[in-house]
Design a protein around this ligand. Sequence first.
Ligand SMILES: *[C@@H]1O[C@H](CO)[C@@H](O)[C@H](O)[C@H]1NC(C)=O
Ligand SMILES: *[C@@H]1O[C@H](CO)[C@@H](O)[C@H](O)[C@H]1NC(C)=O
Ligand SMILES: *[C@@H]1O[C@H](CO)[C@@H](O)[C@H](O)[C@H]1NC(C)=O
Length: 424
Amino acid sequence: MSVLLRSFPVFDPHFVMMRATVLLMVIVTGLIGYYVYVPIPNTVSEPWKLMLLDATFRGVQDMCHLAQQVGLGHHLKALNFVITMFEMLAPQSSETVEVSDTSFDGVQVRVFEPKKVDGELKRSIIYIHGGGWALGSARMRSYDHLCRKMAKDMNAVLVSIEYRLVPEVHFPEQLNDAYSATKYFLQPEVLSQYSVDPNRIAVSGDSAGGNLAAAVTQQLVVDSSIKFQLKLQALIYPVLQALDFNTPSYQQNMATPILYKHVMARFWLEYLNGDPSFVQAMLVNNHTASNLSQLTSVRAHLNWTNLLPQSLIKNYKPVIQVMGSPQVIKALPALLDPRAAPLIADKGILQLLPRAYILTCEHDILRDDGIMYAKRLEDAGIEVTLDHYEDGFHGAMIFALPPTNFDVGNRIMNNYINWLDKNL
Ligand SMILES: *[C@@H]1O[C@H](CO)[C@@H](O)[C@H](O)[C@H]1NC(C)=O
Ligand SMILES: *[C@@H]1O[C@H](CO)[C@@H](O)[C@H](O)[C@H]1NC(C)=O
Ligand SMILES: *[C@@H]1O[C@H](CO)[C@@H](O)[C@H](O)[C@H]1NC(C)=O
């Protein structure tokens, strides 16, 4: 190309323009290539598609950080605005499923009801959407579609909770919203109003929604005012702890799209309303250094050298600091609160929980959160189905729909719904 360019006379204004255009194109292409290209393990489902999805997501995230820097408001609020702008659906009933937005004890919910048949009691699933406690909505196309499909395929009543998000609220408000709505729904007169069988109700959620679903389940079993307990909990690639950012899956997938390790740590800090400058300390486990006595009682609950099989531990070594940064745990006692980190709950609570389905993906920093929880539940005598996807990545299920159409997302969704259909 340079040979060709040099054959033009340099003083020709036309040529100067052309050269500038070519140069600009080279720079833009380079930048796009640099931006789009991330190393992706070849065992992940449809790697090129994932790379493009990831670049789009990162591009929007970067623009939102920029918006925050120039004073246009909180970056997560901007991000949620962009995500939901194209995605929000009004409640649209179909021939088979009636959809309505209402509120349960002051919390917004979207309810999907299959056609009523006199005298028939239906099964029900309470669904809590994901998005790092800051993003997403029950009204989003992907979650609307998921719940609609479950309602139709299972002839079940779906309650999708529209809990409040960061930055409007922080821990424990997201959980409180999810809990209030769930508790309201579990009242005998409300269940009867929706023709729901009180013995066949599950709670479920993905990612941060899986975190909330797990916490709701733990809270319900010790709430003496609850008349009907859940039959099942189903957690899709849940986030369950913020004490070890160096589990084998965190180490293996720290730079795997679409959920990066540093992004997850920031979501945690936003959820717990912590100082953003703590993030570096947390990434190297300085917040859980071995000389911090507050952690003594929970260490065993996330000791992955015990809780994970050797096939996942491989050659990964625990990252344990000796002194670390004691100010983090001091400022954020919620890090040690099982309502934020259900993985660290005592065995006494785990023993009371309903049967569980836990879905994990190999290419996901949160894989080991889910697998350790499955192990702890099993050790507590709870029946657990662990459904693992070797080619799965974090968030795959919500990318099952067009235009992303991820094959692994569709498999996840179908297997998850089948499991619920068989066991609820
Ligand atoms: C985790 O468990 C292993 C094996 O029982 C033990 O040697 C190790 O000290 C434990 N680590 C922590 C941090 O408790
Ligand atoms: C841990 O180490 C730091 C730094 O030396 C010290 O300030 C702190 O008191 C130690 N904490 C405990 C519980 O020993
Ligand atoms: C982690 O803690 C050690 C002290 O144990 C300190 O030297 C180091 O700078 C800390 N790293 C970060 C990123 O906070």
